[in-house]
Write a protein that binds this ligand. Structure first.
Ligand code: ZN
Length: 230
């Protein structure tokens, strides 16, 4: 294609040069188009702008942190999950969840396949991605009724027991859910553990057996609500 661009604007050029001098790499591809390649074929422009866009998106992306001891793999039980690729010690940090902090209402407005990835961090607050593009490997930890990981604080996932290489890392979603009001089934579970609850509800945090089993591994707001029941 013979499409070409010509950009000759002194003010913009000087401004961009200054930014480049400030070592803002983010503007380098634009600088290349405007300053170095004032006449340049379209495919090259597309490549440069794609590179620029990816750089911007990478910087703008909200990231989770994931231990190098785990990685996403296909899960027999769940389709996709996060698995240990090395042995993990009890209480070792496996992931730290990041993202946008949003209210329940904002979370509910997201597409279901994105909203379901948000983690509860307080009664009406969640943290997580707001678009599919913002998801990453740490968004795929599955629920299990017999989990090997739990929460420390609102956003840190740690091993509740030793986890062997090859095991799927899971946590019980009731650790970060303590809705009040009417009981509602959140999803049906087929985790295949002998104690599978089958129907996971928004009221599971009220169960004394789970309160005992996960003590120390509930998100603080859930623990606060449990303490307030007494
Ligand atoms: Zn289950």
């Amino acid at each position: 294609m013979l499409f070409k661009v010509r950009v000759n604007h002194d003010v913009e050029r000087d401004y961009i040069k200054r930014k480049i001098n400030d070592r803002l790499d983010i503007l380098r591809p634009i600088y290349e188009v405007i300053v170095l390649k004032s006449s340049c074929p379209l495919p090259q422009i597309i490549r440069l702008f794609t590179s620029w866009y990816n750089t911007v998106m990478k910087r703008a992306k909200v990231n989770n942190w994931l231990s190098t001891k785990v990685e996403p793999q296909e899960s027999e039980k769940h389709g996709r999950g996060v698995f240990a690729v090395s042995d993990i010690q009890k209480d070792e940090v496996i992931a730290v969840f990041g993202g946008h902090v949003m209210t329940r209402e904002e979370r509910n407005r997201l597409p279901e396949n994105v909203g379901c990835l948000a983690l509860g961090i307080d009664d009406d607050l969640f943290i997580g991605p707001m678009t599919l593009e913002e998801t990453d490997d740490a968004d795929w930890f599955n629920h299990s009724c017999y989990p090997n990981a739990g929460l420390w604080g609102q956003i840190m996932l740690v091993a509740m027991s030793e986890i062997n290489k090859g095991e799927e890392v899971t946590f019980d979603y009731c650790m970060s859910c303590s809705q009040k009001g009417q009981e509602r089934i959140l999803f049906t579970c087929d985790c295949k553990s002998p104690n599978c609850r089958k129907k996971i509800t928004n009221q599971d945090w009220k169960r004394p057996d789970l309160q005992k089993k996960y003590k120390g591994y509930f998100s603080p707001f859930v623990q606060r609500n449990i303490d307030n029941l007494k």
